[in-house]
Design a protein around this ligand. Sequence first.
Ligand SMILES: Nc1ncnc2c1ncn2[C@@H]1O[C@H](COP(=O)(O)OP(=O)(O)OP(=O)(O)O)[C@@H](O)[C@H]1O
Ligand SMILES: [Mg+2]
Length: 164
Amino acid sequence: MTVELRTSSVDETRCFGETLAGLLSPGAVVVLIGDLGAGKTACTQGIARGLGVEDRVTSPTFTMMATHRADGRRGISSFLHADLYRVGSGVEADDLAIAELVEDGGVAAVEWGDIAPDVLGRHRVMVSLRFGDGDDERLITVDADEAMIDQAELDSALAPWRAS
Ligand SMILES: Nc1ncnc2c1ncn2[C@@H]1O[C@H](COP(=O)(O)OP(=O)(O)OP(=O)(O)O)[C@@H](O)[C@H]1O
Ligand SMILES: [Mg+2]
């Protein structure tokens, strides 16, 4: 199922991310796609908030991955934030081991995940962000498999941001 959304501020994108986090189970990998400045990190910050992460979440500029402690809600005890922009498409699954890291009670958010889709494992939620009209509008597409997120739940949780 694909849900089309619109946000009008960075805070709204964070709130969307926080709500999305409430639909995730351990093992989920959120793949964030979009141009520079589209809001991938903003969305990630919201997801972190929705998992009870207390660390400040920033762009993992020099490291390509950061791991944060989540508070255990819904069985999610860790949050992995990766950014493949500088890593490039040559990265090997073994180097990142995202799927293994989330297997044990984790959730991951991977910015620029489309650069190297093979490293992401199977339990993906795709979030694509693009620029809308005006500086602060973003159009967001969420794609999640039935097996990952109950579709009716997804639809109603994200209703506040639905693009009409
Ligand atoms: N509706 C919106 N949603 C998200 N960000 C917004 C929105 N409106 C304005 N912004 C601004 O756009 C920028 C988004 O930056 P962010 O770092 O989240 O993008 P990014 O996609 O992670 O970029 P990069 O590819 O460099 O990692 C921020 O400066 C934010 O304040
Ligand atoms: Mg970013």
